[in-house]
Design a protein around this ligand. Structure first.
Ligand code: GLN
Length: 313
């Protein structure tokens, strides 16, 4: 008796239809004015399976602001450059706090809990910036994302970057606070400039799922066959995504979806079904923890119907 393998195309289009019909959408991020203007009724889903087949639904080709999902790419780059020395600068424990919280930093002498909260991501970006001009560091990040996605058209939304640069007072506070402990090497305004621009990279669900394939395939880019990073490193990045990728919503995400994932306040979530698929979903409305409301619900449905939870059937 063989088990019935659900049809991925069908599941993805069913979920896209179900999400389009829902009226509970959460609220778009307001603290970055340019993101507050995004139409909350949009929904996209893209899944690339282990053989490279893409299943897409809804607005899967519309670029959105990837925001904190960029932290997965900068962590990968910084680990490539610094190896395990990176973990001297930033921890890898879940924070249990909001993404822009400052209290924990004081208790822990300016060393951020993990690379996915804002403070940790700013520290990682600071490492990438060291020895470079901001323009070069940003070029390196963007080239890496384009290489991973096999897509030279991916670009930065300058209006979003400028919007955050004007209003990113919290991030400036976090960065200045870390600087006071000597955790940042570069001038705060330069590190923040690179950070705001990496967050403003615009990608569609399809491009994001393409870029994340290496994490679903033990570090290998399946279309080029190139080993982007070692399997052990891919496994570890997935582990940090599982425990820290949704801030103080990480436990709930693991409980409901059962996949490593990383959210952004643009409403995107990137998730990995190890060995099986690279997934990106986008719905701009957020829940109280700043994670996409329908994005999480869609991933819960996908993981359940495809039997993809890493915790078993
Ligand atoms: N650029 C955003 C910020 O720093 C990213 C936060 C997020 O996506 N959770 O506030």
């Amino acid at each position: 008796m063989g088990t019935i393998v659900p049809d991925l195309d069908l599941v993805v289009s069913e979920i896209a239809d179900e999400m389009r019909a829902r009226t509970d959408r959460g609220a778009v991020a307001h603290y970055i004015p340019e993101l507050a203007r995004v139409d909350a009724s949009q929904f996209g889903l893209a899944v690339i399976d282990a053989d490279g087949n893409a299943a897409v639904g809804g607005d899967a080709d519309i670029p959105f602001s990837i925001q904190s999902i960029s932290k997965v790419f900068t962590l990968t780059l910084a680990l490539g450059r610094y190896g395990d020395r990176l973990w001297r600068r930033v921890g890898r424990e879940p924070s249990g706090s909001p993404f822009n919280s400052i209290v924990q930093l004081e208790r822990e002498q300016g060393v951020p809990r993990n690379p996915f909260i804002n403070a940790g991501a700013i520290a990682v970006t600071d490492l990438i910036l060291s020895g470079h001009q901001p323009r070069e560091a940003l070029g390196e990040i963007l080239s890496f994302v384009r290489f991973l996605a096999d897509d030279e058209t991916i670009s930065i939304d300058e209006a979003v970057a400028a919007s955050e640069q004007r209003t990113g007072f919290r991030n400036a506070a976090l960065a200045n606070y870390m600087k006071s402990f000597g955790v940042l090497e570069n001038p705060v305004e330069l590190t923040l400039g690179v950070y705001f621009h990496q967050c403003a990279i615009a990608m569609s669900c399809k491009q994001l799922a393409m870029a994340g394939r290496f994490l679903a395939k033990s570090g290998r880019n399946p279309s080029t066959g190139l080993q982007v990073i070692q399997p052990e490193r891919a496994r570890r990045i997935n582990a940090v995504m599982l425990t820290c990728g949704h801030y103080d919503g990480s436990g709930e995400f693991a409980y409901r979806v059962g996949l490593p994932g990383k959210s952004g306040v643009g409403g995107g979530i990137f998730a990995v079904a190890p060995g099986k698929a690279s997934i990106a979903v986008w719905s701009p409305g957020l829940d109280a923890a700043g994670n996409s409301h329908l994005g999480r619900i869609a991933l819960e449905a996908l993981s359940k119907r495809m039997n993809w939870s890493i915790f078993g059937a």
